[in-house]
Design a binder for this molecule. Sequence first.
Ligand SMILES: Cc1cc2nc3c(=O)[nH]c(=O)nc-3n(C[C@H](O)[C@H](O)[C@H](O)COP(=O)(O)OP(=O)(O)OC[C@H]3O[C@@H](n4cnc5c(N)ncnc54)[C@H](O)[C@@H]3O)c2cc1C
Length: 330
Amino acid sequence: MGILVPEEYGGAEADYLSYALAIEELARVDAGTAVTVSVHSMICSAILKLGTKEQKEHWLPLLASRDVLAGFALTESDAGSDAVALRATARPSSGGYTLNGRKQWCSTGSYAGVIMGMFRTGGPGARGVSAFLFEPNLPGVTIERVTEKLGIHTSNTCDLAFDDVRVGREALLGEEGAGFGNAMTALTAGRIGIAAQAIGILAACLDESVKFAKERIAFGKPIGAFEGVSFKIAQMAMDLDAARMLTYRAAALADAGEPFAIPASKAKLFASTAARKHAGEALQIHGGYGYTTEFAVERHYRDAKITEIYEGTSEIQQIIIARSLLGRLE
Ligand SMILES: Cc1cc2nc3c(=O)[nH]c(=O)nc-3n(C[C@H](O)[C@H](O)[C@H](O)COP(=O)(O)OP(=O)(O)OC[C@H]3O[C@@H](n4cnc5c(N)ncnc54)[C@H](O)[C@@H]3O)c2cc1C
């Protein structure tokens, strides 16, 4: 759980490339576990980058040791892609802040020992938002709903309500008013994790498809002998390699301290599109068996879809990439 955490805080002090490989291998087996580790690691990185000495010394050893899981609370019912529309507030009160509002679809929210949450400390717009780190078992925090989902069933997703929750000044992560930018920075790095999650799902689909295509006999031959099946597998293998190259490049740039936001968006967009498309093809190769819960491709098919949605939808990734070339034309 401390892949990206320095050894002095009890972590593995690994780089982003190693992190991407670890998430990929987890997702190959279970995509829900992979996103739990990915979100957790994203928050470890944010604390490392933005935290005070006290925040790092307090939280990082707990997060690296598996004793505490981390959750990220940005989204609200009326603030998803347009996250800057968030309305939950943090009002100054004696010695700290009072949190009020609702956060939606917080991954790991029911089990997290620390939440990185974004609340409005000022007026409308990005500069009115601040980031906070707090324990979700504080008085006034309620788990309002655990969300039932299409896939990633091993990842918990819940809505959190905040009613007059008191936190000290030390809960502020980064500068007051810099919380939106800090959340976006965290998500940029997080996209390497989601791309790696998509790659893991895609790699599992390829493994399952190759195995099945060799074993399943139709018209007296293994179905892999038919081009209608084998060409699907060839495309899958090619897109898997391309997704890996894009994602490893983004990770290597992050490790080199180079700008990696656009490469991370391209990696996430490509890997998630490929995972969703090829999970459908893997199911098709399995025929009726693929539609049953006895074969893993049914789960991969359901798990793949979310990679196109969270940490910035595919449309948002395209906006980011297009704006890097065209600027803001509107
Ligand atoms: C399982 C799950 C786990 C999640 N975990 C977390 C978490 O841990 N923390 C957290 O804060 N959030 C989390 N989320 C929220 C997730 O990040 C949002 O769902 C996502 O950002 C999209 O927001 P939305 O659902 O409100 O869709 P909307 O923003 O309402 O978008 C709806 C559709 O419109 C499109 N769209 C919106 N704006 C534009 C535009 N300008 N141009 C073109 N198309 C556009 C979108 O791409 C999408 O297709 C999670 C969501 C799910 C489902």
